[in-house]
Write a protein that binds this ligand. Structure first.
Ligand code: DOR
Ligand code: ZN
Length: 355
């Protein structure tokens, strides 16, 4: 019988400090709970702009960055502070000349939400053609386009919305802007993984820990489980397997983006529960669990720490973190302002722990 090699099933792993290329931290009191979770693990995080109202100007992004930065703990001596990487929210009317201001303010990307696709997306894009002047400016200035890739039409089955988006929106967009860097965010299907692999090196994708760990049965096992509900929704096992294969393939087109999305528990445990899974409290541990189950711990560093900065053309982090194979149980809840936040896998035993 062949034993897995040490590097694929180690008892500890030191890797360059990872970054989270897709994160929701909200605003106000919530920042005090969620920002320290991310700052404890990651060097940087790409911050989603879907606040109410959304972040649509460079000036708002700079002010939001300051609020996030103030909520991060002071770094240890010699350690670099946590860096929030800011994004703008694409609307039908985001002026092309805001892109230059955004670039000068070190905004890294613009997020496309098709109108109505998910949480706080009602100000999103109704028709991509309305945004072409702005996308041209982004292509010129080197800002990335981050895509929530789902069509919103109620006639399209919820589970097919990502695949239909590829055919009807993403392929034409890719053709019209060949040098715009596009990140297909939180991909959930085999079709999306295959598309990204075939789309050339201006296209990449982020993958969440929850889409690597769970399939759609998790939402319905023994009763409806709202804390597993996110968008795009968890899919069938064949899709989860395709995502694990992509994430552990060593291809630089796939990298870490948690899509950790805090919501008050009472708004998830509700007749019309909010979409979003909170994973920032144990993000790298949840990814380690998925990579370990695939016998691919040797592929975690590329996915978590190298391919993201390379695609964004930012330097890789210099410091390292260490993960140890050790059972521990994250808390079942945290305070979120006056409300309660229930993290994914809260109260469950995890096999890896950051030292
Ligand atoms: O599940 C999700 N939650 N998907 C998104 O696209 C948005 C996010 C949120 O902001 O809560
Ligand atoms: Zn998101």
């Amino acid at each position: 019988m062949t034993q897995p090699s040490d590097s694929r099933s180690p008892s500890s792993l030191t890797l360059i400090r990872p970054d989270d290329w897709h994160l929701h931290v909200r605003d106000g009191e919530a920042l005090k709970t969620v920002v320290p979770h991310t700052a404890a693990q990651f060097g940087r995080a790409v911050i989603m702009p879907n606040l109410r109202p959304p972040v649509t100007t460079a000036e708002q992004a700079v002010a939001y960055r300051k609020r996030i930065f103030s909520a991060a703990p002071k770094p240890f001596a010699g350690q670099k502070p946590f860096e929030p990487l800011m994004t703008l929210y694409l609307t039908d009317n985001l002026p092309a000349n805001e892109i230059k201001r955004a670039k000068d303010a070190r905004v890294v990307a613009v997020k496309l939400y098709p109108a109505g696709a998910t949480t706080n997306s009602d100000a999103g894009v109704t028709d991509l053609r309305k945004t072409y002047k702005t996308l041209e400016a982004m292509q010129r200035e080197g800002l990335l386009l981050l895509v929530h890739g789902e069509v919103t039409s109620s006639e399209i089955d919820l589970f097919d919305r990502e695949a239909v988006f590829i055919d009807t929106q993403l392929i034409p967009l890719r053709r019209d802007f060949p040098e715009l860097k596009i990140v297909f965010e939180h991909i959930t299907t085999r079709e999306a993984a295959q598309y990204v692999q075939s789309a050339g090196n201006f296209t990449a994708a982020t993958i969440t820990a929850h889409h690597l760990l769970y399939n759609r049965n998790a939402i319905f096992s023994g009763g409806i489980r709202p804390h597993y509900y996110c968008l795009p929704v968890l899919k069938r096992e064949i899709h989860r397997e395709a995502l694990v294969a992509a994430a552990t393939s060593g291809s630089p087109q796939f990298f870490l983006g948690t899509d950790s999305a805090p919501h008050a528990a009472h708004l998830k445990e509700h007749a019309s529960g909010c979409a979003g899974c909170y994973t920032a409290h144990a993000a790298i541990e949840l990814y380690a669990q998925a990579f370990d189950a695939a016998g691919a711990m040797d592929k975690l560093e590329g996915f978590a720490s190298l391919f993201g900065p390379d695609f964004y053309q930012l330097p890789r982090n210099e410091s390292t973190i260490t993960l140890r194979r050790e059972s521990w149980t994250p808390p079942e809840s945290y305070a979120l302002g006056d409300a309660v936040l229930k993290p994914l896998a809260g109260g469950e035993v995890l096999q890896w722990r950051m030292v």
